[in-house]
Design a binder for this molecule. Structure first.
Ligand SMILES: CC(C)(COP(=O)(O)OP(=O)(O)OC[C@H]1O[C@@H](n2cnc3c(N)ncnc32)[C@H](O)[C@@H]1OP(=O)(O)O)[C@@H](O)C(=O)NCCC(=O)NCCS
Length: 149
């Protein structure tokens, strides 16, 4: 899927970013982060949206557009660059891209991740459920929905 969007700073993430993606994964998802192989698979997935900011990347957003639904998988910003609006820019670009195909969105977020929960609530997502012990370490997932996108 193309990264066509209205923000000139946002670009498509490619296989050339893989080393930096692995670094960001370790920095941003110390628990249950994706492996290099999983990241490579997401980069090539039909229906996938993988957008980034900066070279080298300071942050990225990754999602699937399945039929008319967006499934937001990860949004991450380098810890040294947070609270400067980079997450907001990535989220806005992701929704712009997704609206070409999707009308509503889903995501799961760890219940022990208050920064991400605050971020999603700030951007209009609403909690619609909870999946007990969803993650391998026994942490619950909170299920969020954004409808319409
Ligand atoms: C969630 C994340 C992507 C936010 O990125 P960011 O660039 O810091 O976000 P922004 O600066 O655009 O923040 C936008 C708004 O979200 C909310 N927010 C973001 N981080 C927050 C925090 N730590 N505590 C409370 N609210 C927060 C605020 O309302 C903020 O606006 P403000 O700074 O004007 O108060 C970042 O914290 C991150 O990478 N976390 C680790 C990975 C992760 O957990 N991702 C989400 C699950 S996939």
């Amino acid at each position: 899927m193309s990264a066509a969007n209205a923000d000139p700073d946002v670009r498509a993430v490619t296989a050339a970013d893989l080393d930096r993606l692995v670094e960001l994964q370790a920095l941003c998802f110390p628990v249950e982060g994706w492996t290099r192989g999983m990241l490579a698979e997401e980069l090539g997935r039909p229906g996938g949206i993988f957008l980034g900011l900066g070279s080298p990347l300071v942050g990225y957003a990754c999602a699937w557009a399945v039929l008319d639904e967006l499934h937001l998988l990860q949004i991450a910003v380098d810890p040294s660059e947070r609270r400067a609006g980079q997450g907001r820019v990535l989220h806005a670009a992701l929704l712009r891209e997704a609206r070409r195909h999707a009308s509503a969105g889903w995501l799961e977020v760890r219940a022990d991740n208050p920064a991400a929960i605050a971020f999603y609530l700030r951007h209009g997502w609403q909690q619609v459920g909870r999946r007990p012990r969803y993650y391998a370490d026994g942490t619950d997932a909170m299920l969020f929905r954004l409808d319409p996108l």
